[in-house]
Design a binder for this molecule. Sequence first.
Ligand code: SPV
Ligand code: MG
Length: 271
Amino acid sequence: MLRRAIARGGMSIAAGVHDGLSARIAQDAGFDVLWASGLGISAAHAVPDDSILTMTEFLEAARVMNDSTDLPVLADCDTGFGDERNVARMVERYERAGIAGVCIEDKVFPKRNSLGDGAQDQETIEGFAAKLAAAKKAQQTDDFVVVARIETFIAGGVKEDAIARADAYVAAGADAILIHSKSRDGLEILDFGRSWQRKDVPLVAVPTTYPAVTADDLHEAGFSLAIYANQALRASITSMRESLRQITHDRSSLRIEPKVAKLSEVFELQR
Ligand code: SPV
Ligand code: MG
């Protein structure tokens, strides 16, 4: 399902989710793929998205999402939790759990969230290609997907470096390329897509900081998956905060009743 969803020619959308409930809400809303967001899962544990949680914790969260829906789960696996040997075990564990694919990014462990301030350390091309090769060697079925995420633009680099990395990562076995950016207009992403020559290798974007660029705009530029990585998380923060503050203010829940989900909706989500 994940391979079909990201195949070039179509355009799928993924929702970043952090637990079983958000996964189900995303499925009901009509998303094609679930992104087991490292930011979302970390935030749900109230810790920074800076390689604080362990692989086991991320895997368990992805497993809950997978078991709660019929959608394929693409797991955000940060830098792969270590070196090539950690990546190999990670792939073995995620694939056995039935997760459709993993995404690893070419930063140095411990990584920092890509959208925060502060310097970003990018892995060498050879070092990251070795991790991808280890991932591909470890997978047992042809279906399992390994996405290589390029952090060149996040680290302040240029398109030529991003393209050189993408070529090397595909040569190492990557099934798709995720090119990340924190630009406000997304132009470097659209430009990367139009420059990408390997029509057989899908491109993935995460339009968080450039929300005016639509999934259709990305498709026109050559992308086949757009990940809405943190909107569910942010919506839930706003809603929980407003409702709970109202209760402490009023010392009653009467005023929020019309604004919050009915218990019947909760039961429906729990099936
Ligand atoms: C995530 O959702 O954890 C991501 C996307 O990796 S970002 O937060 O932009 O790094
Ligand atoms: Mg992440």
